[in-house]
Design a protein around this ligand. Structure first.
Ligand SMILES: [Zn+2]
Ligand SMILES: [Zn+2]
Length: 111
């Protein structure tokens, strides 16, 4: 017999005792633990929490917050490409101006 050291509940299987100590709310309370901290899995996109990872994974596949975030991410990437192109253009322009402003006529004067 496996007896829970916290609530003195007895179990035939040791596995059941471990499961009980991890999941039973009244027992976790006796252990001084919050049941919320032990068995929640939070969606990384929205703030929803789930007790099981497979449920979480299923949720994440159709999470609306994920769709919004991925869409925003796509828009952000497009913007980054535009910014990169712009900065390259600006670089080229300033280089061209430097060439144009280089005082070739002054050199002629010195020579
Ligand atoms: Zn217990
Ligand atoms: Zn979600």
């Amino acid at each position: 017999m496996n007896i829970c050291e916290y609530c003195e509940y007895s179990f035939i299987k040791r596995g059941n005792l471990y499961k009980h100590q991890r999941t039973a709310k009244y027992c976790l309370k006796l252990q001084g633990k919050e049941p919320v901290n032990t068995v929640t899995h939070q969606c990384t996109y929205c703030d929803k929490t789930f007790s099981r990872t497979d449920i979480l994974n299923r949720h994440r596949e159709k999470c609306t917050a994920r769709e919004i975030r991925e869409k925003m991410c796509g828009e952000q990437n497009k913007l980054l490409v535009i910014i990169a192109q712009l900065s390259k253009t600006i670089e080229n322009l300033s280089q061209n101006r430097q060439v144009a402003e280089s005082p070739s006529s002054d050199e002629n004067v010195i020579n």
